[in-house]
Design a protein around this ligand. Structure first.
Ligand code: F6R
Length: 572
């Protein structure tokens, strides 16, 4: 996730861009840059780090002009650095591009362009776009952009400028958000409404496959094939703070709702066109090394550790290798048996957690290959690990991890399937079946999220209690542990997650009248057993809420007080 902004009009363009980017920093903040058409031509300023670094740079050498584009980055291809920051340009420096999204086929396009004589300076996928547009330019920037994107696969919101047509700003949307702000003698583009709200409340929302051509006094909307479209303008009446949270009450809620997009982005380019194979071109671990893995150790903290508990089950079942999961702060003190045939997987959203970093070093000191699953390209863990799978969840602003956790689960499934194919532990049909289930997931989660009101009612009932239990078996128990952590962290309600079959060995004593128990019952293989554990707590007076599949809701309602349906399951 990155933020883009663009302006054409009579104001101080640099200020409009910087102020817009400040409102988009929640979308990415590891580097920033702007391009402005000045009296010297297209001039670009970029800086690694927070936007303040770019502002400092611009204090000494401001870019004065009436059209410009800006970008705040959350790295996906190439570490955060000045050179990898946007805007990107071509060999002639006559074209400039800002991009939010991922170009899936950028490596093949890059090779093609290099063979044609283009020179690349960055590690990004975006630079390919500026070279493509330059190659296709024959005097009409709109046509050049249309031709360029016809070669691209993936997700992109773009802002494009060329020195040849300095009175035009071209914007494109394909699977990444983009809005157009309409002012008087000035027009804007932005990844999100807050970027432009200070200047105008009149907005067009672009749909996928659409583009816009902005001049100072007009906005033309068209499809990427060039067919003009007319669209009603929207009048935004949100205040700036609400707009920044996309209309949600707070960032945590916004990020919960961003999960479907985070899954799509994390899977993008990692499942081949046939839908039958996982491809992880970023992995250095070769087939020989994969075949030699004797055991796996997953090490992480907090929520990432809980993702690791699911990861253990996924890898054991798909790859048939023994897996242990460790809390990072304990790992190095238990003298784990690590050999060069051990694959150590460290999981960290931030990539900066000290205990996880220490575990990584401990594992490397014993010769293990360390693979990191992290959400932050260029973080300490990403830099030090031997291999990295990046979750493309975008920055998590809320303190409590939500979309990063579920994206980590997607990463574990991708990794598990990839290892299973190399080691031949699953049939091609089994692999294709799970891939299909994963691809259906974003839409199913969208449906799940539409039940938010019913869940809110349930939350209101339990908010009056001081203690709560989560119970489940297998994967349900792993997820229960994350649910319990989230409840404690966010609601300050004491809760415990228990393997459903373990309660009877003592803890059942704490189950008394009306104590809420959330029972996860999504594992077919242990459903009956979970139901008998539910009966045990019901017999002691608990109020039980079950989470299960649609087809089991009616049956479970005979034993529980409430039941919520989840739409599907991925069976390893
Ligand atoms: C809980 C939460 C924490 C983190 C933990 C590890 O909502 O966010 O438990 O998961 O501090 O952080 P990372 O993943 O950044 O290493």
């Amino acid at each position: 996730m990155c933020g883009i902004v663009g302006y054409i009009g009579k104001r101080n363009t640099q200020n409009v861009l910087i102020e817009g980017l400040k409102k988009l920093e929640y979308r990415g903040y590891d580097s920033a840059g702007i391009a402005v058409f000045t009296d010297k031509g297209l001039e670009i300023a970029k800086a690694k780090g927070r936007l303040a670094n770019l502002e400092t740079k611009l204090e000494n050498t401001p870019l004065i002009g009436s059209v410009g584009i800006g970008h705040t980055r959350w790295a996906t291809h190439g570490k955060p650095s000045d050179v990898n920051s946007h805007p990107h340009t071509d060999d002639s420096h006559k074209f400039s591009v800002v991009h939010n999204g991922i170009i899936e086929n950028y490596l093949e396009l890059k090779e093609e362009l290099i063979a044609e004589g283009h020179t690349f300076v960055s590690e990004t996928d975006t630079e390919v776009i500026s070279h493509l547009i330059a190659r296709e330019y024959e005097g009409d920037i709109v046509k050049a952009v249309q031709k360029a994107i016809s070669h691209m696969r993936g997700a992109y919101a773009l802002g494009v400028l060329t020195e040849y047509e300095p009175n035009k700003l071209v914007a494109v949307r394909q699977a990444s958000p983009l809005i157009i702000g309409v002012g008087e003698d000035e027009n804007f583009i932005g990844s999100d409404i807050p970027a432009i709200l200070e200047y105008t409340r009149n907005v067009y929302i672009l749909n996928d496959g659409e583009m816009a051509v902005l001049t100072q006094d007009a906005v033309e909307l068209m499809t990427i094939e060039g067919n003009f479209i007319s669209r009603e303008m929207i009048r935004v009446d949100w205040d700036a703070a609400t707009a920044e949270k996309g209309g949600f009450e707070h960032f945590m809620l916004k990020e919960i709702h961003e999960q479907p997009k985070a899954y799509r982005d994390t899977m993008r380019g990692r499942i081949d066109a046939s839908g039958k194979h996982v491809v992880l071109p970023e992995l250095k671990l070769n087939s020989e090394q994969i075949k030699n893995i004797r055991n796996v150790q997953i090490v992480a903290c907090g929520t990432a550790y809980h993702a690791g508990l699911v990861g253990r089950s996924v890898i054991e079942q798909l790859v048939k290798i023994p897996v242990e999961t460790d809390v990072a702060s304990e790992y190095r003190y238990r003298s784990p048996i690590i050999t060069p045939e051990t694959l150590v997987i460290v999981v960290s959203q931030s990539g900066e957690t000290t205990d996880t970093l220490a575990a990584l070093r401990e594992a490397q000191s014993h010769g293990a290959h360390v693979l990191a699953i992290t959400n932050v390209v260029g973080s300490s863990i990403a830099r030090d690990a031997d291999d990295v799978i990046t979750t493309l969840a975008g920055p998590e602003i809320a303190v409590a991890s939500t979309k990063a956790y579920t994206s980590q689960l997607i990463a574990f499934y991708l990794l598990g399937l990839y290892l299973a194919e190399v080691r031949g532990t699953q049939t091609p049909e089994q692999i294709a079946h799970i891939i299909a289930a994963m691809q259906a997931l974003p839409e199913q989660v969208e449906k799940m999220l539409s039940q938010a009101d019913a869940i809110k009612d349930f939350a209101e009932q339990i908010s009056k209690h001081e203690d709560l239990f989560f119970i489940g078996r297998g994967l349900d128990y792993a997820v229960a542990q994350e649910g319990s952590l989230k409840l404690k962290e966010i609601s300050y309600i004491h809760s415990e997650a228990y393997p459903a079959g373990e309660l009877k060995h003592g803890t059942l004593a704490l189950i008394e009248d009306e104590i809420p128990v959330i029972a996860l019952a999504t594992q077919e293989s242990v459903l009956e057993k979970t139901v008998s554990n539910i009966k045990e707590v019901k017999a002691r007076g608990a109020e039980v809420m079950a989470i299960t599949f649609e087809e089991h809701v009616a049956g479970l309602l005979k034993s529980v007080d409430q039941a919520f349906a989840i739409i599907t399951h991925i069976v390893p």
